[in-house]
Design a protein around this ligand. Structure first.
Ligand code: ATP
Ligand code: MG
Length: 290
């Protein structure tokens, strides 16, 4: 029994250099709809976020909600199609998307953070003019491509000690509401904040190669190669596209990891071990996970 306490103390002590490294840093976390597990897993995620804030990190959560949107569209008998990993969004779909993202998923995350003693504020990219969008592609309807990001509201929230929780919606110049892919929104927000890390939490252990092995470190060139081979497909496409755009936009590194794994964010930020696939400009070595 006694030894467990020594181990706890040692773990805390070993985390010190990481805590110092990330103190004051902005870490944007995309919490995918597929990464959201049951209430216990949500509580564990929220605890990690509150711990980050406690040690001086400024976490920003940008969430998805694909499965929850599908469920509601199903109940309402509204069909929806995907093109290159993005949802085709007409006006009827958009209403449901906003209702589910801002009304249900966003508040569930806010509540989980409050329950763990943090102070979260739920908003969408529409609030404070944070995300201004244009139509992404005529085939996709109301899917928005962010063209401007205003970080002022988020800086105010950081100063007040709040944890922003952002639903991936944006406004058009004519006042339209756009549905933004959660990964895309997280990337643009991370770039606008010049974040130290962008963590894309999903339901797979990382980016897999043709053999199905997780690649722990990738360079942008390797990402492009896997994409042209069709190995990176479906919902992984917006993630890796986001990763490359975020690096170009000044984010130091992007990590794609399994949000359902216990303490995934802490493992990535506060240990040498890391988690998932890290994408950065100078990958010193590229090795499949053992
Ligand atoms: N090379 C690859 N490596 C890993 N996953 C891949 C790869 N190619 C395609 N995928 C798929 O991408 C999926 C992750 O994207 P998906 O959009 O489904 O989830 P999410 O973005 O986490 O959730 P949401 O879209 O609800 O926010 C994985 O579950 C996997 O099926
Ligand atoms: Mg997705």
């Amino acid at each position: 029994m006694t030894q467990d306490w020594f181990a706890t103390a040692r773990t805390l002590s070993e985390a010190l250099p990481y805590m110092q490294r990330y103190s004051g840093a902005v870490v944007v976390i995309k919490f995918g709809g597929h990464a959201m597990g049951d209430a216990e897993e949500m509580a564990s995620f929220a605890r990690d976020i509150v711990l980050m804030r406690q040690v001086g990190v400024n976490p920003v959560i940008v969430h998805g909600g694909g499965p929850m949107i599908n469920q509601m569209l199903g109940k309402l008998n509204i069909q929806s199609d995907f093109v290159r990993g993005k949802r085709v969004t007409d006006a009827a779909t958009m209403e449901v998307v906003e209702m589910v993202l801002s009304g249900v998923v966003n508040k569930r995350i806010v509540q989980a953070i409050q329950n763990e003693g943090g102070n979260a504020v739920g908003l969408s990219g529409k609030d404070g003019g944070t995300l201004i969008c244009e139509a992404d592609d005529p085939d996709l309807g109301l899917v928005g491509r962010p063209v401007a990001m205003d970080p002022s509201l988020l800086h105010h929230l950081f100063k007040g000690g709040f944890i922003p929780v952002i639903a991936p919606l944006g406004m058009g110049r004519e006042g339209e509401t756009f549905n933004v892919n959660g990964d895309t929104a997280a990337g643009v927000i991370a770039a606008g904040l010049k974040a130290d890390r962008l963590l894309l939490l999903t339901d797979v252990a990382g980016v897999k190669d043709a053999n199905g092995d997780v690649v722990t470190q990738l360079s942008p060139d390797h990402v492009r190669e896997l994409t042209s081979q069709g190995v990176i497909a479906g919902g992984m496409i917006p993630k890796t596209e986001t990763a490359l755009a975020a690096l170009d936009g000044g984010v130091r590194a992007v990590v794609i990891l399994d949000g359902r794994a216990p303490n995934a964010c802490l493992l990535e930020l506060f240990t040498d071990h890391g988690a998932g696939s890290i994408i950065r400009d100078s990958a010193p070595q590229i090795t499949p996970r053992d």
